[in-house]
Design a protein around this ligand. Structure first.
Ligand SMILES: Nc1nc2c(ncn2[C@@H]2O[C@H](COP(=O)(O)OP(=O)(O)OP(=O)(O)O)[C@@H](O)[C@H]2O)c(=O)[nH]1
Ligand SMILES: [Mg+2]
Length: 615
């Protein structure tokens, strides 16, 4: 065989093989679809939309991906956080001959805030999607010589017109009733969504005639932090609606510069497309092509109701009926019913109806009767035959649409009425009001809840005794202590405010100093007095986290510790009386400051895996 013949044979073999693969790959998805793999509960007529064309329905995974894509595209969660405020400074000016010239600690600056700003050049939320977490920067700390800190940098996030802002839940996916915080409509609209924390005051700010040398400063406040949900409604003059495959995208591609995907299967369009149709006079006409609607769309079937939101703002609707479908008139009615179910306001929007694909012979043949019936059902005469593909009657349609759109009043949507103000929410307490929670099953424990007092607790610099005292005074001034007494709180009860625990002391001596601070002070004093700490041990080496060991009995690293060797107890640990032992040790001069644990087999097991308990 000549090499030419051999080449021809190879080529034809390849062609045959190629075709058989194509056919196979074509049949497979159809089979999958028509059996139990229906991606959605599609109405029966859906599959008959194109009896004469090769309708290849989307695979379930494609649909799922499309919905994800869409969600991503149009609504996006965003985590915003104001920067924390800078901490105030405690310092005193010392000059030659005047070692104590007065307090000079500057205040910390406010943290940077996060804003959203409307920018008309944008038409998607894609820019926002790329940054899920946005944070203002920290305010600078105050410094000596009365130097206040520099304010943290604000962050401004640009969003397109028509962005609705909702307060999200505590996490990105938490489904809470999302309160509307507002809408950014026109260029330049700005909204504060997370205020930066307040800067803590330095000791200079606390100077008063009574206290000329205050040794007190505040911590910077935390900035507000929250999840937002941004939602964009596309704005167009004409919303293009219709069943899948009706030719919506084809029309958009013929009359505008948009390049939507067009194909002979349903749900080709998975995200809305906007296109501007330039007409000879006046401004262009903005068309919004959305994914095809099917029966049940308002209940979330198909690409679902998400898309219907987009056409809510359009002045009028262009309803494209696929002339080649089995029952164009029924399809028309189904779509209208879905609109009605979704939103009656949307259903009452004026429509222009076109019967598409009249270039096809069988469509042309029955178009007159279909048009007549549609006019009757629609109750108006704005019903035209077109061929989007062949641009037949399309120019005429656009002019009529434009004229009709101009005559329509602007659509006034019910205002997205804000019910939260993110600018102030969780940052500045509106009032000093508080309430006290208690649970009878936990006697002697009280939680004080109030934005103001919790904010003060967060900003208190517990290291400065004067700051602690000031906190105590605020507790009295706000009436919290009176209220606690009225409710029956007694000396030594546990009072919880935010993350801080306090001992209640109605005798008002040194009240409300956090236990951890008291412990700290006492430990320092005890060390100064040369007192020892108590450590428990088993007499064996105990491995610490770094892999090092420690002989608990004779721990050379802790000469200041009392060491109790548990291995030398009477052998039965259960008999070992915790309280008695502690008393004994207290008699010895050890004092309690640590947390106890449980006794295990031959060794002391500590609650948090510590090998040491200090007394
Ligand atoms: N013969 C003919 N075919 C058309 C015409 N308009 C659209 N088509 C075809 O119909 C099929 C569907 O068109 P699309 O524009 O993707 O339909 P769609 O309404 O956007 O569909 P979805 O995006 O799935 O909702 C494509 O194969 C088009 O080529 C027309 O006027 N005549
Ligand atoms: Mg389309």
């Amino acid at each position: 065989m000549s090499s030419f013949k051999l080449q021809c044979l190879c080529a034809s073999l390849i062609i045959i093989l190629y075709h058989s693969i194509l056919t196979f790959s074509y049949i497979t998805p159809l089979r999958a679809y028509s059996s139990s793999h229906l991606p959605l509960h599609l109405p029966s007529h859906f599959q008959l939309l194109h009896p004469h064309t090769h309708t290849r329905p989307p695979s379930p995974s494609r649909l799922r991906a499309a919905q994800d894509d869409y969600q991503f595209f149009d609504t996006t969660p965003l985590n915003v956080a104001g920067g924390p405020g800078g901490t105030g400074c405690v310092s005193f000016l010392r000059e030659k001959g005047e070692p104590l010239k007065g307090p000079s600690g500057g205040s910390g600056a406010n943290g940077g805030s996060v804003y959203l700003e409307c920018d008309e050049r944008l038409n998607t939320l894609s820019g926002v999607r790329q940054r899920i977490h946005v944070k203002g920067s920290k305010g600078e700390n105050g410094k000596g010589k009365s130097r206040d800190g520099k304010k943290g940098r604000d962050v401004v996030i640009k969003v397109p017109p028509g962005t609705i802002v909702r307060e999200g839940g505590k996490t990105a996916r938490e489904s809470v009733e999302k309160k509307v915080a507002g809408e950014l409509k026109s260029h330049g609209d700005k909204m504060l969504v997370a205020r930066g924390g307040r800067g803590g005051r330095g000791n200079k700010a606390f100077k008063s005639p009574k206290n000329k040398a205050p040794c007190i400063a505040e911590r910077g406040g935390m900035g507000a932090q929250r999840w937002l949900n941004l939602e964009l409604k596309l704005v167009g003059d004409v919303g293009v609606i219709g069943m899948p495959n009706a030719g919506k995208s084809t029309l958009l591609s013929r009359v505008t510069n948009a390049k939507p995907k067009i194909a002979e299967y349903a749900f080709t369009t998975i995200i809305p497309n906007l296109g501007v149709c330039d007409l000879e006079e006046g401004e262009g006409l903005v068309l919004c092509d959305i994914p095809g609607l099917i029966e049940g769309a308002s209940d979330g079937l198909g690409m679902g109701h998400q898309f219907l939101r987009h056409v809510q703002r359009n002045k009028l609707l262009l309803h494209i009926v696929d002339g080649s479908s089995e029952n164009p008139v029924e399809n028309f009615q189904i779509i209208n019913k879905e609109l009605e179910k979704f939103d009656s306001l949307l259903a009452s929007r004026p429509q222009v109806v076109v019967v598409n694909k009249i270039d096809l012979e069988e469509v042309r043949e029955r178009s007159e009767s279909v048009l007549e019936e549609l006019r009757k059902i629609a109750g108006h005469s704005r019903v035209l035959p077109i061929s989007a593909m062949k641009s037949e009657n399309v120019k005429e349609l656009m002019f009529r649409l434009k004229k009709f759109a101009d005559a329509q009043p602007e659509v006034v949507l019910p205002e997205a009425s804000p019910n939260v103000n993110l600018g102030t929410l969780n940052v500045e307490a509106d009032s000093e009001s508080f309430h006290i929670e208690t649970d009878p099953s936990y006697p002697g424990q009280w939680r004080v809840v109030g934005e103001y007092i919790e904010g003060v607790a967060k900003m208190t610099h517990w290291e400065y005794p004067e700051a602690v005292e000031r906190f105590g005074r605020i507790i009295f001034a706000t009436g919290i202590s009176d209220e606690l007494e009225k409710l029956g709180a007694a000396e030594g009860d546990l009072i919880m405010i935010d993350t801080y625990d306090f001992d209640f002391s109605p005798a008002k001596t040194n009240p409300y100093i956090p236990q951890e601070l008291l412990d700290q002070d006492e430990l320092i004093l005890a060390r100064e007095r040369g007192e020892k700490e108590l450590r428990w041990g088993t007499g064996e080496m105990v491995e610490d986290e770094e892999g090092g060991g420690m002989d608990m009995v004779g721990d050379p690293r802790s000469p200041e510790a009392w060491v109790v060797d548990l291995s030398k107890e009477d052998g039965d640990d259960e008999d070992w009386d915790d309280a008695e032992e502690l008393e004994l040790l207290e008699d010895f001069g050890a004092f309690d400051r640590g947390e106890g644990g449980e006794l295990g087999d031959g060794e002391y097991v500590f609650e948090e895996g510590d090998e040491v308990v200090t007394f």
